[in-house]
Design a protein around this ligand. Structure first.
Ligand code: PSU
Ligand code: MN
Length: 304
């Protein structure tokens, strides 16, 4: 069962054109219908408008596909019961002939395998609050360590234990960079108070990438950008919202695969849809940013 790469993506990779990988878990499990489909299509458009090629990844009818069509993305948005697949779940979805939405972990792993070096999402997974009891750490972190991909995101999801997530990335040796910010963004907010090295522009990013290349590192890197300022929440406001969501979702549902979707849904309800709008916009902005960085860094590399 080979990984099936769409001809457009294969051709772009062969020609050295920028390609940005996109996940399907945020479509099947991250956003409610119809926002999920609209956002997924806008993400792909944002990549194309920067003259790059979007590669939406997922398992459909048992086939691991890189480069899903609009109609196929709609299946991930509409069909109920699509499995949430981190890397280790991929063979199960493939062997069963079913459908599987890829998380950041599965998406970066497959992207790296086929030679895609950029990915965009909303917020990566990380160390969950209450790890002392649940032991829940997203498979995203170790998958990024294994996959040489630049993950453009709004940091890690605010429902997580962000200081511990930062520590965990450090332990794994995964670089964490701020895009035009010296503070780690926290998904719905720019204000977490956690310091990160700031990358000012594509020139600085390309210099960083060249050094990374020179050192022969095989890990991925997290490039975190603040959410769009006109919708972003203040630090105190988001802290209240998270506390309310944690109150609403029973402890038993706060670990395992259902945890992230349940907490995101609770925040959407409690904020009366504001977080959905914010989540949509930051995802689309990150897709555009990943494509722009991919294109400009490729140009700068050629010119060097
Ligand atoms: N970003 C979003 N919404 C999401 C996700 C990311 O804006 O729903 C998904 C990604 O697929 C990520 C997953 O890999 O949440 C993390 O889930 P968990 O905490 O179960 O590892
Ligand atoms: Mn988990």
């Amino acid at each position: 069962m080979p990984i099936e790469v769409a001809p457009e993506i294969r051709a772009a990779l062969d020609a050295g054109r920028p390609v940005v990988a996109l996940e399907t878990t945020l479509v099947s499990h991250g956003l409610p219908w119809p926002h999920n489909l609209e956002t997924a299509l806008k993400m792909a458009d944002a990549v194309r408008s920067e003259d790059a090629v979007p590669a939406v990844i997922g398992v459909l009818d048992g086939r691991l596909r890189v480069g899903l069509t609009q109609g196929e993305i709609a299946r991930f948005a509409k069909e109920p019961g699509i499995a949430k697949c981190s890397t280790r779940d991929l063979p199960l979805a493939m062997a069963g002939g079913g459908n599987g939405a890829t998380t950041v972990s599965a998406t970066v792993e497959i992207a790296a395998r086929v030679g895609i070096r950029w990915m965009a999402t909303g917020g990566i997974g990380g160390v969950h609050r209450g790890i002392e009891r649940s032991g829940d750490v997203s498979a995203d972190l170790d998958a990024i360590r294994r996959s040489k991909v630049v993950v453009v995101c709004s940091g890690a999801k605010i429902i997580l234990d962000l200081p511990r997530t930062v520590e965990w990335l450090e332990t794994l040796g995964v670089p964490l960079l701020g895009w035009q910010t010296g503070q780690l963004p926290g998904f719905y907010t720019a204000e977490t108070g956690l310091e990160v090295p700031e990358i000012a522009d594509c020139r600085a990013l390309q210099r960083w990438l060249a050094a990374w290349e020179e050192l022969g590192f095989q890990s991925g890197v997290v490039l975190a950008a603040a959410p769009p300022a006109h919708l972003a929440m203040g630090g105190a406001e988001v802290a209240q919202l998270v506390a309310a969501a944690l109150d609403e979702v029973p402890e038993a549902e706060r670990s395992g695969k259902a945890a992230t979707p349940a907490l995101l849904a609770a925040m959407a309800r409690l904020s009366m849809g504001r977080t959905v709008e914010l989540n949509r916009e930051l995802i689309v902005a990150n897709a555009g940013l990943a494509a722009r960085c991919a294109r400009q860094c490729a140009k700068l590399r050629e010119a060097a």
